[in-house]
Write a protein that binds this ligand. Sequence first.
Ligand SMILES: NC(=O)C1=CN([C@@H]2O[C@H](COP(=O)(O)OP(=O)(O)OC[C@H]3O[C@@H](n4cnc5c(N)ncnc54)[C@H](OP(=O)(O)O)[C@@H]3O)[C@@H](O)[C@H]2O)C=CC1
Ligand SMILES: CC(=O)N[C@@H](CCC(=O)OP(=O)(O)O)C(=O)O
Length: 345
Amino acid sequence: MTVRIAVAGASGYAGGEVLRLLLSHPDVEIGALTAGGNAGSPLLAHQPHLLPLADRVLEETTARALAGHDVVFLALPHGKSAELAAQLGDDVLVVDCGADHRLVDSWAWERWYGGDHAGSWPYGLPELPRADGTRQRDLLRGTKRVAVPGCYPTVSSLALAPAVAADVVEPEVVVVAVSGTSGAGKAAKTNLLGSEVMGSLSAYGVGGAHRHTPEIVQNLSLVADRPVGVSFTPVLAPLPRGILATCSAQLRADAGDVRAVYAKAYADEPFVHLLPEGHWPTTGAVLGSNAVQLQVAVDPDLNRLVVVAAVDNLTKGTAGAAVQCMNLALGLPETTGLSTVGVAP
Ligand SMILES: NC(=O)C1=CN([C@@H]2O[C@H](COP(=O)(O)OP(=O)(O)OC[C@H]3O[C@@H](n4cnc5c(N)ncnc54)[C@H](OP(=O)(O)O)[C@@H]3O)[C@@H](O)[C@H]2O)C=CC1
Ligand SMILES: CC(=O)N[C@@H](CCC(=O)OP(=O)(O)O)C(=O)O
């Protein structure tokens, strides 16, 4: 089977990573590549690493340019996907890397993003356990629409889901996650341009103010089948890629062997790995791979669970998840075109 794909937002970080992965995917032929203001310029001017596509010129992002493809990846700024997606046929698989279709509740969309809610699509975190004992991947098989998760919700939901699902922690969790700058996208922002970010770490969206808070709440509440409170603090770090999340929650008195809970939860998952005891996740180890590395510890003085998790924000945090979900939706082996091997050093 060969599927013809288009990428809207091909000049950006997420679109570029989708293309990097798809260039190694055996079942894909790359069709239209579109952009916003950079339409008309060569792809190579924006993605110098994508040499096999050196002859490609970016087109304007329109439904017409994206028509005639089996799969369309949308890697556009928030709020730009919904209108475009509505113009793409129901028979086309649309994989949206943006936030437009992630949140189920309209009030949450309006509070955190503003404007009209476009409705929710099947959420693209295949490994997420559901309260009924199934996994989220069951909702992705054969779907024609996928809402790819945000990068912070991916890593923190996977870090906490086993403990929440097994009901071994109190339903109030704390996440502090350090991210590389590519998470913010290419669009120039003065605080990302160099001097301010290099050699410095800075927290932002503090005090429950980041728009990923409701997404993490939504995921963990789905896992628990009851409301879960989330205190989330993101931190910007001077590195191009990667997120390291430190997540914690109060253990119940009778929690038992939490490590065994994690080992069982992810035993059959190809991309989520509980590291052997004594090893700790690092962003460097998952660079360019679709892997999530986890390690768990119990603070005996506080009886608190601490989970450390690492992902590459552009791979499992966006484009890798997008390709993984495409595989599921098309009935291909879930791991096709995706690696769990990072780049070191
Ligand atoms: N970066 C990350 O780690 C993650 C990103 N995402 C999501 O992926 C999406 C893309 O993010 P990212 O690649 O980082 O962002 P970038 O800023 O790097 O890229 C944005 C892309 O969208 C295009 N674009 C911008 N405005 C318009 C417009 N009005 N009409 C058509 N195209 C437009 C840009 O084209 P041009 O070059 O012409 O301006 C560019 O191709 C976002 O929704 C983001 O939330 C999700 C998870 C993680
Ligand atoms: C470092 C940084 O700025 N990160 C981004 C999150 C990127 C991401 O995954 O999320 P979306 O797809 O929801 O944009 C932020 O905090 O807004």
